[in-house]
Each structure stands twice: as C-alpha cells, then as structure tokens.
Ligand binder design. Structure first.
Ligand code: AMP
Length: 404
C-alpha cells in the first residue's frame, strides 16, 4: 500500500475548533471547517467539503471539545474523509506556547503533554484549549501520529539581547519571563514565500515580515532565522492591534491600579480586549475604520495614524536590527487587503529604499506579489499567509522523516 498523505490540522481555541484536511501530495485542501461557541446553546459547525463543493451547517448546543471533534469526524466521514481513513497520515495541532523547550514541531507523547501543561502559567488562555484539543484527538485515534506545531518555535532563534527584558535575570528565569514572540508559523511561512518570490533561497535574504491581522506582529528574519519580533512574553507587546494596546510604558499599569483604582484583571481586560484600534475609536475592523476616515471622522483618523506610526517605528527598528533589508512583506487580514495601510506604512521611507507603486499596491490578487517600483532597492511584497498549510507541511515532514 502507498503511504498515507493526508494531514488533519486542528486549531483548538477556548470555545472553538478550526480544522482543515489537506492532501500533501499537491498541498490541496479537501475539507475546511469551524466549530464555534462550544459550550453554549448556540454552537455552530460549518463544514465545507472542498472537493465536492458542498457546505453544511449544524446549529445547536455542542457541549465540549469532545463533542465538537466527534461532530467534525462525522462530517468528514459523510464526505468519505473520516478519521479512520487509511489515507490519514497524521494530525497536526497548533499550540500557542512552546516556551524555550519546543524549538521545532514535536511528535506528541505524554511527556510532551506534561511540558505543554507546565507552560500554562505563561499562556493561560491558549495552552489549556490546545491541550484539550490534543487529548480529544488522541482519544479518537490513539494509534495515529499527532504533532504539535508551536507559535513560538520560529522565534526561539532570537539572540539573547533581543529575547531578554532588562530586568534581573534571576527573577526573569525563575518566572520564565522573556520575549517569546507569537504568530511564528505565519512569520516562518511568509518569510520563506517572500524569498521564493524574490527567486532566492531563504538563507540569502533578510526580510521584515508584518503580520497585520486582528492580532499583529512584526519580525526581523535574517537568512531564514528570526532575530527579533514584536510580541513578547505574551501577545500584548508591540504593534497596535485590533483590541490590544501593544507597547506602552509599564508604569501605565501601576498608575491605573494606584490612581485609577482598577484591579489587575480589569487592566488585563482593558489592554487585551478593549484597547488598540477598538479602544481608540470603537472599531477594530480596518475596513470600517477606513470608511470612517474617508468620511472625515477625526477619531478614526487618529486611530489610523497611531496604528501607522507604531508600524513605521518597527519597520525602522528592524531595518537597524538587520542592517540590510531585501524585502518588507505584508500579510494577514489587514496586510493582505488594506492598500492604504501599506501605502501609509512606507510613506516617507524613500531614504531607506522603501516605496510602493500606487497601481501595484491598489491591484487585488490572491498570490504573493511585489508592490514596489521595479527599480526599488528594497522590495515591498504582499504575501498571503497560510498557517494551516505550514502546520500541515511541518507535521507531514516530521512523520515522513520518522517513517524512513
Ligand atoms: P486576521 O486576524 O488575519 O483574520 O485579520 C482580520 C482583520 O483583517 C479584520 O479585523 C479586518 O480589520 C482586516 N481586514 C479583512 N479584510 C479587509 C479588507 N478588505 N480591508 C481592510 N481590512 C481588512
């Protein structure tokens, strides 16, 4: 029998599971779907069989992750793509926090689960949900290789001066405080795809990747290795995001506590869920913000300008970190779609060799593309991210390697 070539990618959040089934022979998608509002009365499963061009929806309570995965398995089985299929090679799980321990995709066993559990204090929102997804999937197919792909892994190459905060190292080490970075799967994929777009090997190019989605982060990638990134101990640091503040003076927190009378949990919620673009203007969707800017809304204008100012500072900082930059790549929901953001982010940076061509920047497309003028010293690119494909690729490569 030929060896199995399908990989199921699972991204388990606290109340949702996203999934994709891919065939690694041609990296094609066979099925995609999402279960949301798990644990509520209004849960929803949306399943698309890509090969059959068929989308189905189930509405009604789905009690927990176990029930959610069973429902997903049933949907896949209806399309002849069930979890018991001999063509399924592995399940790849997105795991948000791998700390310093996990530097690459890892075959899951009990020891790995214990280690992911030990990291819960630094990822209290994400790692428990990821673990639940893994345990449920292992319960359903205990014999199948299951691989953890970590959001932090790509950033573990950051040198110590970039990864450390300027605090007492003994205290930092005791509490595992350092800059871990997130969105690593996306930064890895996009930096490699950017090199491919330039017709070069990743080891030959330096890229600044700007992952601008609802969460947002920048990274400096030198010859294929991450040397700095904007998120830190948690995803709160760095760029202005949809609902997160990004960088601020840590004393703002003391001030809110001492003078504002807010509790630690209230401040946590304020900075993670009610700040960023949303906190500044009441909207976190860049489409809506641009519409308001175009109508002359001052609040939206200021929010947009603060967002761009921060982005520019990071482009400049990572230019300095890298010394030589071959390309700046925009990706994720905002980066791939919002031409005004790309234009504003590089405006005035001609001295650094950065510019966009208005026509190329305004054109739409699904493929990686250059938007800088032909003779630009530094290329500016739009490179759609594909975290699921990257997780599947890494999972399959590991399983293949182990079966040799
Ligand atoms: P992501 O987290 O990568 O899914 O990105 C989600 C964000 O992308 C949304 O909150 C929007 O702000 C943004 N977005 C999606 N489509 C567009 C668009 N056509 N123009 C501007 N922003 C967009």
């Amino acid at each position: 029998m030929t060896s199995p070539t399908r990989v199921l990618v699972l991204n388990s959040g606290s109340s949702s599971v996203k999934y994709q089934l891919l065939d690694m022979r041609d990296r094609s998608r066979l099925a995609v779907g999402l279960v949301e509002r798990i644990g509520e009365q209004t849960s929803r499963l949306k399943h698309t069989c890509v090969t059959g061009g068929d989308t189905r929806e189930q509405n009604g309570p789905i009690a927990d992750h176990d029930a959610a995965l069973k429902a997903v398995a049933q949907e896949l089985a209806r399309d002849g793509l069930g979890l018991d299929s001999p063509e399924l090679a592995a399940i790849g799980h997105r795991v948000v926090h791998g700390g310093m321990f996990f530097t690459e995709p890892t075959l899951i066993d009990e020891g790995v689960l214990t280690e992911i559990e030990r990291l819960i204090p630094v990822a209290p929102l994400h790692n428990p949900a990821n673990l639940t997804g893994i345990r449920t999937a292992r319960g359903m197919r205990p014999d199948l290789p299951q691989v953890a792909v970590f959001d932090t892994a790509f950033h573990t190459t950051m040198p110590e001066p970039a990864a450390r905060y300027a605090i007492d190292p003994k205290i930092a080490d005791r509490h595992r405080i350092r800059r871990y970075g997130f969105h690593g799967t996306s930064h890895a994929y996009v930096s490699r795809e950017t090199a491919r777009l330039l017709g070069k090997d990743p080891s030959e190019v330096n890229v600044i990747v700007l992952h601008l989605g609802n969460g947002a982060s920048a990274s400096a990638v030198e010859g294929g290795r991450c040397v700095d990134t904007s998120m830190g101990l948690t995803p709160l640091e760095g760029l202005v995001m949809g609902t997160r503040s990004g960088d601020l003076d840590p004393a703002v927190i003391f001030h809110l506590e001492r003078v504002g009378g807010m509790s630690t949990d209230e401040i946590d919620t304020l900075l993670n869920k009610r700040s960023g673009l949303f906190g500044l203007c009441g909207d976190n969707d860049m489409r809506e913000i641009r519409r308001r800017v175009d109508e002359g809304d001052e609040e939206a204008r200021l929010a947009f300008d603060i967002y761009i100012h921060r982005l520019k500072k990071y482009i400049g900082a990572y230019y300095a970190v890298l010394g030589r930059v071959d390309a700046v790549a925009f990706t994720a929901g905002v980066g791939e779609n919002a031409a005004p953001v790309r234009e504003a982010a590089v405006a005035g940076l001609e001295g650094l060799g950065l510019a966009v061509d208005a026509g190329l920047n305004g054109a739409r497309g699904d493929d990686p593309r250059l938007i800088s003028p032909e003779d630009a010293r530094v290329k500016v690119a739009v490179v759609p991210t594909d975290e699921e494909l990257e997780i599947a690729t890494q999972t399959y490569a590991l399983v293949e390697k182990n079966s040799r």
